[in-house]
Design a protein around this ligand. Structure first.
Ligand SMILES: O=C(O)CCC(=O)C(=O)O
Length: 259
Protein backbone atom coordinates (compact mmCIF):
# COMPACT_ATOMS: atom_id res chain seq x y z
CA UNK A 1 0.00 0.00 0.00
CA UNK A 2 1.15 3.55 -0.59
CA UNK A 3 2.47 5.58 2.33
CA UNK A 4 1.33 9.14 3.15
CA UNK A 5 4.98 10.14 2.92
CA UNK A 6 6.09 13.76 3.34
CA UNK A 7 9.45 15.52 3.56
CA UNK A 8 11.01 16.38 6.95
CA UNK A 9 10.67 19.99 8.15
CA UNK A 10 8.15 22.63 7.10
CA UNK A 11 4.47 21.73 7.20
CA UNK A 12 3.23 22.33 3.68
CA UNK A 13 -0.33 22.72 2.42
CA UNK A 14 -0.02 19.27 0.87
CA UNK A 15 1.14 17.82 4.23
CA UNK A 16 -1.99 19.31 5.80
CA UNK A 17 -4.22 17.83 3.13
CA UNK A 18 -2.64 14.39 3.51
CA UNK A 19 -2.93 14.56 7.32
CA UNK A 20 -6.53 15.72 7.20
CA UNK A 21 -7.41 12.95 4.74
CA UNK A 22 -5.67 9.96 6.31
CA UNK A 23 -5.02 11.14 9.86
CA UNK A 24 -1.29 10.47 9.67
CA UNK A 25 1.98 11.17 7.91
CA UNK A 26 5.18 9.20 7.46
CA UNK A 27 8.40 11.24 7.50
CA UNK A 28 11.43 9.29 6.27
CA UNK A 29 15.08 10.00 7.10
CA UNK A 30 14.45 11.86 10.34
CA UNK A 31 17.24 10.00 12.13
CA UNK A 32 20.33 8.50 10.55
CA UNK A 33 20.66 4.76 11.19
CA UNK A 34 23.47 5.57 13.67
CA UNK A 35 21.26 8.03 15.59
CA UNK A 36 18.40 5.53 15.64
CA UNK A 37 20.75 2.80 16.83
CA UNK A 38 21.94 5.07 19.68
CA UNK A 39 18.31 5.64 20.69
CA UNK A 40 17.69 1.86 20.40
CA UNK A 41 20.52 1.17 22.87
CA UNK A 42 19.12 3.86 25.18
CA UNK A 43 15.70 2.20 24.97
CA UNK A 44 17.23 -1.14 25.91
CA UNK A 45 18.72 0.44 29.03
CA UNK A 46 15.34 1.94 29.96
CA UNK A 47 13.60 -1.43 29.79
CA UNK A 48 16.49 -3.48 31.22
CA UNK A 49 15.09 -3.83 34.73
CA UNK A 50 11.64 -5.12 33.79
CA UNK A 51 10.38 -8.39 32.39
CA UNK A 52 10.85 -8.95 28.65
CA UNK A 53 7.26 -8.34 27.64
CA UNK A 54 5.44 -5.66 25.70
CA UNK A 55 5.54 -2.44 27.72
CA UNK A 56 5.93 1.31 27.66
CA UNK A 57 8.16 3.49 29.84
CA UNK A 58 7.80 7.24 30.22
CA UNK A 59 10.32 10.04 30.85
CA UNK A 60 13.25 8.39 29.07
CA UNK A 61 14.43 11.92 28.27
CA UNK A 62 15.54 12.36 31.88
CA UNK A 63 18.36 9.85 31.66
CA UNK A 64 19.03 9.36 27.95
CA UNK A 65 20.32 12.32 25.87
CA UNK A 66 19.57 10.52 22.60
CA UNK A 67 15.90 10.35 23.65
CA UNK A 68 15.86 13.92 25.01
CA UNK A 69 16.98 15.21 21.59
CA UNK A 70 13.87 13.80 19.97
CA UNK A 71 11.54 16.05 22.02
CA UNK A 72 11.99 18.97 19.61
CA UNK A 73 13.44 17.39 16.49
CA UNK A 74 13.67 19.90 13.63
CA UNK A 75 12.20 17.43 11.14
CA UNK A 76 9.06 16.92 13.23
CA UNK A 77 8.37 20.03 15.35
CA UNK A 78 7.31 22.21 12.37
CA UNK A 79 4.59 19.66 11.59
CA UNK A 80 3.34 19.79 15.18
CA UNK A 81 3.41 23.59 15.04
CA UNK A 82 1.55 23.53 11.73
CA UNK A 83 -1.25 21.54 13.34
CA UNK A 84 -1.42 23.08 16.83
CA UNK A 85 -0.10 26.59 16.27
CA UNK A 86 2.51 28.23 18.53
CA UNK A 87 1.29 26.85 21.86
CA UNK A 88 1.57 23.18 22.73
CA UNK A 89 3.32 20.87 25.18
CA UNK A 90 4.92 17.44 25.29
CA UNK A 91 2.03 15.63 26.98
CA UNK A 92 3.95 12.36 27.28
CA UNK A 93 6.85 10.38 25.97
CA UNK A 94 6.44 6.61 25.88
CA UNK A 95 9.20 4.26 24.93
CA UNK A 96 7.66 1.02 23.73
CA UNK A 97 9.24 -2.40 23.67
CA UNK A 98 7.74 -5.20 21.59
CA UNK A 99 9.59 -8.45 22.13
CA UNK A 100 10.78 -10.54 19.21
CA UNK A 101 8.15 -12.99 17.95
CA UNK A 102 5.22 -11.12 19.51
CA UNK A 103 1.72 -11.06 18.08
CA UNK A 104 -0.55 -8.15 17.28
CA UNK A 105 -1.73 -5.69 19.93
CA UNK A 106 -5.29 -4.53 20.53
CA UNK A 107 -7.03 -2.04 18.26
CA UNK A 108 -7.66 1.35 19.88
CA UNK A 109 -7.86 5.08 19.47
CA UNK A 110 -5.69 7.13 21.80
CA UNK A 111 -7.72 8.88 24.46
CA UNK A 112 -8.79 8.76 28.05
CA UNK A 113 -10.98 6.57 30.21
CA UNK A 114 -12.36 9.78 31.72
CA UNK A 115 -14.65 11.74 29.38
CA UNK A 116 -13.03 10.25 26.30
CA UNK A 117 -12.21 12.48 23.35
CA UNK A 118 -15.06 11.06 21.27
CA UNK A 119 -17.49 12.46 23.87
CA UNK A 120 -16.11 15.92 23.27
CA UNK A 121 -17.40 16.15 19.73
CA UNK A 122 -17.45 14.78 16.23
CA UNK A 123 -15.10 14.42 14.44
CA UNK A 124 -12.91 13.39 17.36
CA UNK A 125 -10.79 16.47 18.08
CA UNK A 126 -7.04 16.47 17.73
CA UNK A 127 -5.82 16.45 21.34
CA UNK A 128 -2.87 14.07 21.26
CA UNK A 129 -0.60 14.19 18.23
CA UNK A 130 1.85 11.32 18.37
CA UNK A 131 5.27 11.26 16.72
CA UNK A 132 6.61 7.70 16.70
CA UNK A 133 10.31 7.34 15.96
CA UNK A 134 11.01 3.93 14.44
CA UNK A 135 14.23 2.63 15.95
CA UNK A 136 14.31 -0.53 13.82
CA UNK A 137 13.86 -1.26 10.14
CA UNK A 138 10.20 -2.07 9.46
CA UNK A 139 10.43 -2.58 5.72
CA UNK A 140 7.86 -5.31 5.44
CA UNK A 141 4.80 -6.47 7.39
CA UNK A 142 5.67 -8.60 10.42
CA UNK A 143 8.58 -6.48 11.63
CA UNK A 144 6.83 -4.90 14.64
CA UNK A 145 5.14 -2.27 12.49
CA UNK A 146 2.27 -0.04 13.46
CA UNK A 147 -1.00 -0.74 11.68
CA UNK A 148 -3.42 2.15 11.16
CA UNK A 149 -6.81 2.51 9.53
CA UNK A 150 -6.57 5.50 7.19
CA UNK A 151 -9.27 8.12 7.69
CA UNK A 152 -10.76 6.30 10.69
CA UNK A 153 -10.43 9.43 12.86
CA UNK A 154 -13.48 10.63 10.91
CA UNK A 155 -15.56 7.47 11.30
CA UNK A 156 -18.88 8.07 13.06
CA UNK A 157 -18.92 4.46 14.26
CA UNK A 158 -16.32 2.57 16.28
CA UNK A 159 -14.41 -0.40 14.99
CA UNK A 160 -16.80 -3.32 15.62
CA UNK A 161 -16.49 -4.86 19.07
CA UNK A 162 -16.00 -8.39 17.73
CA UNK A 163 -13.01 -7.33 15.60
CA UNK A 164 -11.55 -5.59 18.64
CA UNK A 165 -12.21 -8.55 20.94
CA UNK A 166 -10.55 -11.08 18.63
CA UNK A 167 -7.81 -8.67 17.44
CA UNK A 168 -9.07 -9.37 13.95
CA UNK A 169 -8.07 -7.92 10.61
CA UNK A 170 -9.95 -5.39 8.52
CA UNK A 171 -9.77 -4.94 4.73
CA UNK A 172 -8.49 -1.38 5.19
CA UNK A 173 -5.71 -1.86 7.75
CA UNK A 174 -2.50 -0.20 6.62
CA UNK A 175 0.65 -1.82 7.97
CA UNK A 176 3.24 0.96 7.97
CA UNK A 177 6.41 -0.15 6.24
CA UNK A 178 9.28 2.28 6.63
CA UNK A 179 13.01 2.21 7.26
CA UNK A 180 14.78 2.79 10.57
CA UNK A 181 14.84 6.48 11.51
CA UNK A 182 11.42 7.26 9.99
CA UNK A 183 8.71 9.00 12.00
CA UNK A 184 5.00 8.22 11.96
CA UNK A 185 2.92 11.24 13.03
CA UNK A 186 -0.71 10.49 13.83
CA UNK A 187 -4.01 11.87 15.15
CA UNK A 188 -5.36 10.35 18.40
CA UNK A 189 -8.60 9.45 16.62
CA UNK A 190 -7.04 7.06 14.11
CA UNK A 191 -7.75 3.43 15.00
CA UNK A 192 -4.43 1.62 15.32
CA UNK A 193 -2.62 -1.33 16.80
CA UNK A 194 0.81 -2.85 17.14
CA UNK A 195 1.34 -5.27 14.27
CA UNK A 196 3.02 -8.67 14.73
CA UNK A 197 6.75 -9.03 15.03
CA UNK A 198 8.21 -12.18 13.48
CA UNK A 199 11.84 -11.06 13.79
CA UNK A 200 14.50 -12.14 16.30
CA UNK A 201 15.40 -8.74 17.71
CA UNK A 202 13.16 -6.88 20.19
CA UNK A 203 11.57 -3.78 18.69
CA UNK A 204 11.70 -0.38 20.40
CA UNK A 205 9.80 2.70 19.28
CA UNK A 206 10.13 6.15 20.86
CA UNK A 207 6.76 7.93 21.00
CA UNK A 208 6.38 11.67 21.70
CA UNK A 209 2.84 12.92 22.26
CA UNK A 210 2.04 16.64 21.81
CA UNK A 211 -1.09 18.39 23.08
CA UNK A 212 -2.52 21.84 23.60
CA UNK A 213 -1.05 23.37 26.78
CA UNK A 214 -4.23 22.91 28.81
CA UNK A 215 -3.98 19.11 28.64
CA UNK A 216 -2.48 17.44 31.70
CA UNK A 217 0.81 15.58 31.18
CA UNK A 218 0.52 11.79 31.28
CA UNK A 219 4.05 10.49 31.84
CA UNK A 220 4.66 12.70 34.91
CA UNK A 221 2.72 14.30 37.75
CA UNK A 222 5.29 17.08 38.02
CA UNK A 223 8.36 18.09 36.09
CA UNK A 224 11.79 17.23 37.41
CA UNK A 225 13.53 20.40 38.64
CA UNK A 226 16.91 18.97 37.63
CA UNK A 227 15.73 18.34 34.10
CA UNK A 228 14.20 21.79 33.77
CA UNK A 229 17.41 23.34 35.00
CA UNK A 230 19.70 21.65 32.55
CA UNK A 231 17.59 21.31 29.40
CA UNK A 232 17.12 23.87 26.62
CA UNK A 233 14.59 26.76 26.75
CA UNK A 234 12.46 25.08 24.07
CA UNK A 235 12.34 21.73 25.87
CA UNK A 236 11.63 23.47 29.19
CA UNK A 237 8.72 25.24 27.54
CA UNK A 238 7.51 21.99 26.00
CA UNK A 239 7.37 20.46 29.46
CA UNK A 240 4.67 23.03 30.14
CA UNK A 241 7.00 25.34 32.02
CA UNK A 242 6.52 28.43 29.93
CA UNK A 243 5.14 31.70 31.26
CA UNK A 244 1.45 31.56 31.97
CA UNK A 245 0.36 34.81 33.54
CA UNK A 246 -2.99 34.53 35.28
CA UNK A 247 -5.50 35.80 32.78
CA UNK A 248 -9.01 34.76 31.96
CA UNK A 249 -10.50 33.85 28.58
CA UNK A 250 -7.73 31.43 27.61
CA UNK A 251 -5.47 34.25 26.53
CA UNK A 252 -2.72 33.49 28.99
CA UNK A 253 -0.41 30.98 27.32
CA UNK A 254 2.80 32.39 25.89
CA UNK A 255 3.94 31.05 22.50
CA UNK A 256 6.83 28.58 22.53
CA UNK A 257 10.28 30.16 21.99
CA UNK A 258 10.61 29.35 18.28
CA UNK A 259 13.16 32.15 17.78
O1 LIG B 1 3.40 -0.58 19.49
C1 LIG B 1 3.65 0.56 19.83
O2 LIG B 1 4.80 0.97 19.92
C2 LIG B 1 2.58 1.57 20.13
C3 LIG B 1 1.45 1.11 20.91
C4 LIG B 1 0.27 2.01 20.78
O3 LIG B 1 -0.50 1.85 19.89
C5 LIG B 1 0.01 3.10 21.72
O4 LIG B 1 0.82 3.33 22.62
O5 LIG B 1 -1.03 3.80 21.57
Amino acid sequence: MMNPEVAPGPFTDLDRFVFESWGYLVIPDVLTPAEAEEAYEASKRLHASRERAFGQIGQGYHTEPSLERLIDHAAVLPKVRGLFGDRFILQASWNTMQPAHAGVGGWHQDGSSAYNFNQVGYPVPLIQLRASFLLTDQLEPGTGNMELIPGSHRSQVPLPADIRAERGDTPIGHVICAPIGSVLLFHNGVWHRTYRHDGDRDRYTAHYVYSPPWVRAADRFANSEDFLERTTPMRRALMGEFERPDAPYGASYQPLPFG
